[in-house]
Design a protein around this ligand. Structure first.
Ligand SMILES: *Cc1c(COP(=O)(O)O)cnc(C)c1O
Length: 346
């Protein structure tokens, strides 16, 4: 019986095509700009995001950190969502390493920051205040059930930013999921942003890596910051080769994961005691809550499923997140629904 791992789309091992590509990758010293495979990945990523240039980084966390540090100086402030990844899950790097002050704004359940709330958070010119420099959005929004930000909303935030002389960064760790959900090219969702990061290592299955995209001089600054952060890698072409396979072959299949997320949500919705947060999830994530009176709590259910070789990820008291990806097929979804149905009556 194979393992069904629904904890995250980061658990995705590389595909056989990626292993073949990285074994035969042409490489050079990327800190010298000499790695042809990294250069090819960066050119492809920039093109797909509709930006001038791109920078290959080891992780989404470093991508967002370099992105913010290339926009802001010490004492500058960034407006971001109180539920976003950068504010919650990046170890406070923008403040700890960059001296950049976060200004969190309440996120609505659809992953948005209301335009009025953003506007209200912008500082006036006053010697007491930090200087507002940047706005960050997240698409899809992880903590908001994989919520998708559409083009009109992103454009509206971009226009607001311009009006106030601010920059806009898009944490598009899963921007290709957002694009698949909306049926538009990712570049359209990135167009209003000055910079965008996305992960190769999530649903696209590459083993390591993210990419930061933006205009040429900005990416030049980010390249120096990546070096400062210790992210200048040498023969990184072995990693970039897998990233190229990811962009060329794994983007168009993402609707499959979304279809399976809806199937899983539907299946789980028929089980007494399970409250599915969104019966029609917008991308590749399903969040559930266990009703207050079920005998099993999230840890109990996790343990019961582990014995069936199914891995799930509790994200809070009686709350669980399931993430669909390349290595979970229809049978894995069915097995998961059946196993949870049995565990809940046991
Ligand atoms: C995963 C993720 C990141 C960070 O990526 P790592 O490669 O894990 O550092 C950033 N933002 C969002 C929204 C993510 O889901």
């Amino acid at each position: 019986m194979s393992v069904v791992d629904l904890r995250s789309d980061t658990v995705t091992a590389p595909t056989p095509a990626m292993r073949a590509a990285l074994a035969s990758a042409e490489v050079g010293d990327d800190v010298f700009g000499d790695d042809p495979t990294v250069n090819r990945l960066e050119a492809l990523a920039a093109e797909m995001m509709g930006k001038e240039a791109a920078l290959f980084v080891p992780s989404g966390t470093m991508g967002n950190l370099a992105a913010v540090l290339a926009h802001c100086g010490r004492g500058d402030e960034v407006i971001l969502g109180d539920q976003c990844h950068t504010f919650n899950y990046e170890a406070g790097g923008i403040a700890a390493l960059g001296g950049v002050h976060p200004m969190p704004v309440r996120t609505t359940p659809d992953g948005r920051l209301p335009l009025e709330a953003i506007e209200a958070a912008i500082r006036t010119d006053n010697v007491h205040f930090p200087t507002t420099r940047l706005i960050c959005l997240e698409n899809t929004h992880n903590r908001c059930g994989g919520a998708v930000l559409d083009e009109p909303y992103t454009r509206a935030v971009g226009e607001l930013a311009k009006r106030h002389g601010l920059k806009l960064h898009l944490d598009g760790a899963r921007i290709f999921n957002a694009a698949a959900s909306l049926g538009v090219p990712a570049s359209r969702l990135a167009a209003p942003a000055d910079s965008v990061t996305f992960c190769l290592s999530k649903a696209l299955c590459a083993p390591v890596g993210s990419v930061l995209c933006g205009e040429q001089p900005y990416i030049g600054r980010a390249r120096r910051i990546r070096k400062q952060l210790g992210g200048g890698m040498r023969q990184a072409g072995v990693l970039a080769a897998a990233g190229i396979v990811a962009l060329e072959t794994m983007v168009d299949r993402l609707p499959e994961d979304h279809r399976r997320a809806r199937a899983l949500a539907q299946g789980l919705g028929t089980i007494p005691g399970i409250l599915v947060e969104d019966a029609a999830p917008p991308s590749n994530m399903v969040y559930i809550r266990l009703a207050p009176d079920t005998p099993l709590d999230e840890a109990g259910l996790q343990q019961a499923l582990a014995s069936q070789r199914i891995k799930i990820g509790p994200v809070g008291p009686r709350r669980i997140r399931f993430v669909l990806h390349y290595w979970v097929d229809d049978e894995g979804v069915e097995r998961t629904v059946q196993a949870i149905r049995l565990a809940m009556v046991a």
